[in-house]
Design a protein around this ligand. Sequence first.
Ligand SMILES: Nc1nc2c(ncn2[C@@H]2O[C@H](COP(=O)(O)OP(=O)(O)OP(=O)(O)O)[C@@H](O)[C@H]2O)c(=O)[nH]1
Ligand SMILES: [K+]
Ligand SMILES: [Mg+2]
Length: 529
Amino acid sequence: KAVVSDSLRPRELQPTRLLCPWDSPGKNTGVDCHFLLQGIFPTQGSNLGLLHFSPRLCTRQASGYPAPGSGATIFALSSGQGRCGIAVIRTSGPASGHALRSLTAPRDLPPARKACLRLLSDPRSGEPLDRALVLWFPGPQSFTGEDCAEFHVHGGPAVVSGVLQALGSVPGLRPAEAGEFTRRAFAHGKLSLTEVEGLADLIHSETEAQRRQALRQLDGELGDLCRGWAETLTKALAHVEAYIDFSEDDNLEEGVLDQADSEVRRLEVALGVHLRDARRGQRLRSGAHVVVAGPPNAGKSSLVNLLSRKPVSIVSPEPGTTRDVLETPVDLAGFPALLSDTAGLREGVGPVEQEGVRRAQKRLEQADLILAVLDASDLASPASCNFLDTVVIPAGAGNPSGSHQRLLLVLNKSDLLPAGRSDPHPDLPSHLLLSCLTGEGLDGLLEALKKELAALCGDPSTGPLLTRSRHQHHLQGCLDALGQYRQAKDLALAAEALRVARGHLSHLTGGGGTEEILDIIFRDFCVGK
Ligand SMILES: Nc1nc2c(ncn2[C@@H]2O[C@H](COP(=O)(O)OP(=O)(O)OP(=O)(O)O)[C@@H](O)[C@H]2O)c(=O)[nH]1
Ligand SMILES: [K+]
Ligand SMILES: [Mg+2]
């Protein structure tokens, strides 16, 4: 409950100074409040004033984590290293305007956010450096929230180093640390934590699906989802706290607690759905584990080389060629995957190959997707039959719902089959025909892989995914706390459980202060009206 100084009149709209909620009114301590005061509702027979202020009305709330060394003005080359057409150098901090003026003297600052062509010269010697596009972004409307400048220079290494050295000579400027621009954007509330992660992923994304997911996360979808959940919790908490504080006044609407209960239950269901999905976003970020397995000489290594478009593994007519597990990251039909080639599975071999078989089996257990390869012209061999019985049929090929591991059965060397027969193996579990030699059937295999990987990784265009184990950890923590809420013996414990739950969500959104509770109390119902 915040206390307002006497000088304020009810419903006056103005930025103001608030007394700290945790201090007694008599003490002259206070905080300068940058929020717009929306209204004061005097309670009957008491001089306690209650406020409604909304930080969201002004700007986004700062994250509350100040960036280290935030007083300095930083500069860095923001485009890639090396020779290129255009290189972008930017600065952030209070001396940005001064730096821009120093390098473009005698001209004035360009108009905000408009590209202007300027001659850049070294402020110490006056020596011309380059003719460049410059941009001026006065804070807070900039990427970092601070004053920023951008120099789009010609991308030769000598130009870039000349401009960087010139900037370094301007008083108050220093080279930026890795990630410092983003760190400042986060500190100034320009990006939430999940958006920062999305930005990092976008910069590192290598496949189309990864790029789509990162862009959606940068757009704040995951953060928005969590913020929606956090708001539900804040509301429930506000209801429970209001009940604790004001229930004797008989001024509260009926059913306040029931409403909180049903909101919590709905939230538990939503969290459960997303947690069941949790591995998918992580797979999309770091790649699904696709393991190629089968009996010796089926053509596993040939397939790995075909899919990765490079000679990763040794191919030879000798059975038992591959011994170690060979891993290679690949882009499979737009999805990232870690493709593993393994030793052919068979019994009764020497100790080295036996170790290879052991490693292959271990890797099979960790697979998200098994690419099971058999020689279509050699299905009756003991090794083929054994592989079908021990790996393919238990994994439930053609019946993926029965197993957590997915499996695609590929019959390789179709070129060796007599021509003209439609499906030579109708009694086998559902399968694809392929020839690594001729490439026939590869398109069909890629199509099938795309479907399997979409199921494994989730489709980033249908909804936000949890991309890191950190997200999963906090959602689980939130869900656990909600379980404690339901079992809580009294209201104080119930409120505490909600606070813990909300704390977990705030790790994903970056917000969640006590102001929000006040905000919701008065938006939803007016206590003591
Ligand atoms: N005719 C034909 N031969 C193939 C095909 N794919 C692979 N081969 C041949 O089959 C032999 C075995 O191929 P690999 O790729 O080494 O087989 P593997 O399953 O990795 O064998 P191991 O590592 O020893 O278990 C090689 O001689 C390949 O050239 C195919 O589609 N058609
Ligand atoms: K071989
Ligand atoms: Mg091999």
